[in-house]
Structure formats: structure tokens, C-alpha cells
Design a protein around this ligand. Structure first.
Ligand code: NDP
Length: 284
């Protein structure tokens, strides 16, 4: 069989179209959604991510501002900036672009962001709410994966889901979201014994590992939905996912490509979280 391609680029575009209308409606009610991105690091990839976020905000009418902090910034200055944004009523979402400079304390900075403005869903309060099944901003990448599954019409309730990877930003929240959707969830990691025998049970298989083409066709159940979160840069400069796409596409029922699958959804969900935060501020 040949898998249905889950097109993240198209889904992200549709989400932006919907958001544009929501943003216009909010503006009519006197609330202009605002996102602040703090760039306090020198990772070259961060510059690209931040520029992409600015562009995406512009497309839907969200007012975005990027606060670029020099390498000499102190922890106190970073915290003071976060606090200024916490109390700025024009800012509904605050995002600290990671990684930050090594001399800064990332955990303390993330904790300083008000949970209701934490559009990345990384604050322990929001991670805890996800764990408890309460409404809260959810980390953008796993939220994007769920949105792709829903849009593709993949049955979830009662199905076996396997997540490879247990990071705080992808694997763990992904598992919680699948559980909330009534999947029977198994979390796998580098110590999992006989991984292929576990993944072959999966009706929904999520790969968030960071190893090029790690998931091979023999690890996949016929007809499964395969969500590839991985972004791996190869020596020739090209990008590939954690799934051996060509081989797995011949066996899976649904599959996300890399690029053009989960990647575009991450920014789309950031916009969704920002608009949701603005709506919450309006109703507060
Ligand atoms: P981490 O490095 O934080 O986590 C990787 C996970 O994979 C760990 O839990 C690790 O297990 C597990 N793992 C590593 N090797 C194996 C193995 N041989 N068998 C089974 N499990 C293994 O990565 P992230 O979660 O941050 O990211 C994962 C991938 O997703 C990366 O390629 C990243 O670039 C991409 N990514 C993509 C995003 C997007 O927008 N599309 C956003 C965020 C990430 P253990 O815990 O035991 O070490």
C-alpha cells in the first residue's frame, strides 16, 4: 500500500487563514494579539527561527516584536525584561528562544514567564496542567502533531500509540496528548529493549529522536500513521527526518514528510497559542 501524505505546509496555511479572521475579530473588540520573542543567544539557527516567526505573525496580523539581547546581558537584565513583558497588556505571548547564552540560567528565565503568556507551553505550571488534563498552552510541536492527526482523520480513541523520544518539549507532552485522546500510549527511549517489537504494535507511531532515517519499514505496522518530528541535517546540507520515508511510505497508512510535515505546524501552533492567550486576556 502507499501511505496518505499528511501535508503540514498546507495544514499550516489553512490554520493561518483561520487565524487571520480570528485576529481581525479580536482587533474589532479592541484586542490586538501581541507576541514578544526574546533572543538572548548566538545560535545561528535561532536567527532563522525568529525571522520565520516574525514573518508568520505578520501573515495573520499578530503584532510581533523581537528583543535581541547582547552577549553581555546579565541574568538580572533578562529577568527584568521578562517581567516588563509580563506586565505589558499589549503582549499576550512571550517566547524565550532557546538555546540562550551559556552564562544565563535557562530554567529560572522560563519560570519567570507568566504561565498565561507562556505560548511555548514550557512552564512547569503548563506542563503540569497538561499532565492533569487541564486546559493550558501546549508545547507547539506536539500540539502540531495532534492537529495533523486530527486533520488527516486518523482514528485515535482506543488505538495503540508509540512515541519514540521522551524529551520535555516533544516526547513527553506528545504522549500526554495522545493519552488525552484516549490512545493506549507507550513511551520509548534509548534504553527501550527490542524497540522494533514495540513500534510494530503502533497504530500511531511518533518519532522524535534526532537520528536520520532511524525508523525503518520493518519497525512499522502495516497501515499505521507515522509522524516524523525529526529534523536532521545531513553532510550534503539536506534535511531528513527520523523516518526512512521512502521505505516506510510503502507500508504506512499515513505519513508526514520532512521537510513539509511537522515543521511548519510548530510555528502555526505558536500563532494559535498566541491568539488563544489574547482571547483569554479579553475574557479575563
Ligand atoms: P532530544 O535529544 O531531547 O530527545 C531525543 C530522544 O530520543 C531522547 O528521549 C532519547 O532517549 C531518544 N533516543 C535517542 N536515541 C535513541 C535510540 N537509539 N532509540 C530510542 N530512543 C532514542 O530531542 P528532541 O525531543 O528535542 O528532538 C527530537 C527530534 O525532533 C530532533 O531531530 C529535533 O531536531 C526535532 N525537533 C523538531 C521540531 C519541529 O518543529 N519539527 C521541534 C523540536 C524538535 P533518552 O531519553 O533515553 O536519551
Amino acid at each position: 500500500m502507499s501511505a496518505n501524505l499528511i501535508d503540514g505546509k498546507q495544514a499550516a496555511k489553512e490554520i493561518r487563514i483561520g487565524l487571520r479572521k480570528e485576529v481581525a475579530a479580536l482587533k474589532e473588540k479592541g484586542v490586538a494579539p501581541g507576541l514578544a520573542v526574546i533572543l538572548a543567544g548566538s545560535d545561528p539557527a535561532s536567527q532563522i527561527y525568529v525571522a520565520n516567526k516574525e514573518k508568520a505573525c505578520e501573515k495573520v496580523g499578530i503584532a510581533s516584536q523581537t528583543i535581541r539581547m547582547p552577549e553581555t546581558v546579565t541574568q538580572a537584565e533578562l529577568l527584568a525584561e521578562i517581567e516588563r513583558l509580563n506586565t505589558d497588556p499589549a503582549i499576550h505571548g512571550i517566547l524565550l528562544q532557546l538555546p540562550i547564552y551559556k552564562h544565563l540560567n535557562e530554567r529560572e528565565a522560563l519560570l519567570a514567564i507568566r504561565p498565561e503568556k507562556d505560548v511555548d507551553g514550557f512552564h512547569p505550571i503548563n506542563a503540569g496542567k497538561l499532565f492533569l488534563g487541564e486546559k493550558a498552552p501546549v508545547a507547539c510541536t506536539p500540539a502540531g502533531c495532534m492537529e495533523l492527526l486530527r486533520r488527516a482523520g486518523v482514528p485515535l480513541s482506543g488505538k495503540r500509540a508509540v512515541v519514540i523520544g521522551r524529551s520535555n518539549i516533544v516526547g513527553k507532552p506528545m504522549s500526554m496528548l495522545l493519552l488525552a485522546a484516549n490512545c493506549t500510549v507507550t513511551m520509548c527511549h534509548s534504553r527501550t529493549v527490542d524497540l522494533p517489537s514495540v513500534t510494530r504494535e503502533a497504530d500511531i507511531l511518533v518519532a522524535a529522536i534526532g537520528r536520520p532515517r532511524f525508523v525503518t519499514a520493518d519497525m512499522v505496522k502495516e497501515g499505521a500513521a507515522v509522524i516524523d518530528v525529526g529534523i536532521n541535517r545531513l553532510e550534503d546540507g539536506s534535511i531528513c527526518g527520523d523516518v526512512d520515508y521512502d521505505a516506510v511510505a510503502g507500508k504506512a497508512g499515513w505519513i508526514t514528510p520532512v521537510p513539509g510535515g511537522v515543521g511548519p505546524m510548530t510555528i502555526a501552533m505558536l500563532l494559535v497559542n498566541t491568539v488563544e492567550a489574547a482571547k483569554a486576556a479579553l475574557n479575563a
